[in-house]
Design a binder for this molecule. Sequence first.
Ligand SMILES: [Zn+2]
Length: 349
Amino acid sequence: MFKLTALPASYGDCLWIEYGAEDNPNVILVDAGPSAPKALISRLEQLAARGGHLELVVVTHVDRDHIGGMLKLLEKDFYGAAVRDFWFNGFRHLSKLEAFGEKQGERLTGLLLEKKVAWNAVIKNAGLMVTPEFCPSFDLPGGATITLLSPDAEQLERLRINWVKVCGEADLYADVPAETEYFGKDGLDAFGATAPLNIPALAGQPFTEDSGEANGSSIAFVIEYEGKRVLLGADAYPSRILKSLAKIDEKLPFRFDLVKVPHHGSENNVSKEFVEALDCKKYLFSSNGANYQHPTQSAVARVIQHAPQSELLFNYKSPYSEIWDDRLLKTMHEYTTSYGADDGISISF
Ligand SMILES: [Zn+2]
């Protein structure tokens, strides 16, 4: 079996990936949302109860909506589930000369050291990154393979220079306050209108690529198992992902069974070129729309416009995802939609 579940993690990501034997699959956890969702905790408790372990845990980058829940999981020792390797590019991986994180109380680094978690063990505690010539691949126990697509050295250097600012923005120095969720007022009001969405016009809006340091440092990768391929875009830049795909694949378009759309479907992370380069029929958008109103209309429209006859998968039904569940739009533009329930949305391959 090979299955990915996008758990309900508010405006963040929390992906639970299983592969291998149906009754005792290998498990990978990618991010834990801003505060670990209940559905994740119960899965970890069940995993621990049957004596299972997490093959791999990945924190894609230091933004709150990916790292916040991971602090809680580390404090609780993953609710009894052992962790074989933990991928995270901390400050020590960004610079050979300086050691910053733990001294300054950056909490994730402190917890990883305190709990003696295997950290980037797959590459002997070095930084996880691609080079202009090479995208490293790692074979995981149980037969899955991961190939890195992002970040590169330049993006890690930008993160290093901005480390103090970025960690401050992610609340990594303080106790994490209770989670507040709200839909941006402007965003909600925008949906009072009933004018039909003009997909070609939305798709054709000018594209400006994301330039956030933390997003650029995202660990994005391809995971493959028994011939099935899934692209997990984290919050990475689409141009970085395309450059890496060109290194690992012979020719365009790049075939995938599922694409987790970068940055929750932000208009700055889904370009026409990105979608056109993919041969994929399933696109996953993970966010409830809180705080950042993701996914953005133009990003979803670019997928509909440039990946014909595709299925849009949303882990939440929110004002920002529900607008695509429109019979007329779906008929006109030949796409389908699926929405998650209390336990998120699962896709089997
Ligand atoms: Zn994010």
